[in-house]
Design a protein around this ligand. Sequence first.
Ligand code: NDP
Length: 462
Amino acid sequence: MQNNNTEISDGSVSAEGRRLIEGFMNDIIARNPGELEFHQAVREVAESVVPIVEATPAYREARILDRLVEPERVIMFRVPWVDDRGGVQINRGYRIEMNSAIGPYKGGVRFHPTVTLGVLKFLAFEQVFKNSLTTLALGGGKGGSDFDPKGKSDQEVMRFCQSFMNELYRHIGPDTDVPAGDIGVGAREIGYLFGQYKRISNRFCGVLTGKGMAYGGSLIRPEATGYGAVYFAQEMLATRDDSLEGKMATVSGSGNVAQYTVEKLLEFGAKPVTLSDSAGTVVDPEGIDAEKLAWVMELKNIRRGRISEYADRFRGATYYANQRPWNVGCDLAFPSATQNEIDAADARALVEGGCMCVSEGANMPTSPEAADVFLGAKILYGPGKAANAGGVAVSGLEMTQNYGVMRWPREEVDLRLRQIMKSIHTNCERYGRTGDFVNYVRGANVAGFVKVADAMLQQGIV
Ligand code: NDP
């Protein structure tokens, strides 16, 4: 990569580069007021790519970065539905179609009370780079609603999903925009959303991913994000001639990503010792083994219970209300719940507790100050847009199988997932290595950016 006066040889940014980044960010903040998570996600990418943009006249003249931060389309809509008591409820629905330079919009749908336009814009922005890293032809998008499925009956969730799809169906399609699950959207919700899409469009097609196996889903899709985060950790550890075997791991969350992270850690001989939810953390010093994990899956996916029940069920485990898992000494950490769940104090606690590797299953779980702690300590730090890309990668494989009206065996999908995670790691290393240290944040941002930027250049000003 060419160097100019905005970049210093170790990849850090010069005074001139910093001035450009601050100017760019001031504009972002003025144009997108109050969207704090979006500002955070854009700043992180800008820190990595502004030197490249400045060193590449074609990117600068085509204003690639200014176009990348502006969604191609934002859809916001009313979602009215009727609860079990006959009361009328109103939620807000969104779909952010961020960038289609390299493929149809692709990204999950999140149902959670914390969903706002700014949260979904940050997720859609991250998704553009993540999808680019997967090596597949997938653009970036994200959607969701402030609807909270927790505590709702199946019938209520179904009515909500049907109302949500009554508007969304106009905007999506197998070669236009292909949503998937995310927080609060699992197999049940995808089923209801697909059923309604099919009913009102009269089309059976791969318009959603994460579908059930009986109607076009891919094997390994439910496992893919968690498995992928562990494969990515394995690749990072291999650069230091190390492995997962015998390592103690903290995992946050207890949903889809956390569950399959624990499953794959067990397979590689690591010892996961925590899980959490938004109310607290459970610590099991004896380790969460396969039997305990099966119980957690039943608790969370069928009974829809809370992780605090784990400590009632298994002796030796302790539940800590309102706590996150990061004070528990560990070798590896897998944040798998939500954004900004690791602050600077948590990051220091992790590093001081012996953590050598963080692989992000969640999107942007680490605050900027916490990321600086990890980078400063030179631990292996895999950001979400690289480490959790396995989910969208297998969604891409689900789309391929749907186009071909076929289903690949489990082993084949898993092998492809492993190869994709390996190639993401190689690409991050290529752009993020300085001497014997790999800055995976920079590597992921630059590798993801270059492919999208070049596609945008070739497609003219659109
Ligand atoms: P789930 O809904 O299955 O699980 C989410 C878990 O995170 C739950 O344990 C939930 O606890 C916890 N959580 C959610 N919000 C908060 C919060 N504000 N504070 C603390 N804990 C919280 O979602 P997923 O496992 O699918 O997603 C987890 C993360 O992984 C998200 O960041 C998502 O964007 C990311 N991701 C998911 C992918 C996928 O394929 N599913 C792909 C790539 C990234 P509670 O039940 O109390 O809300």
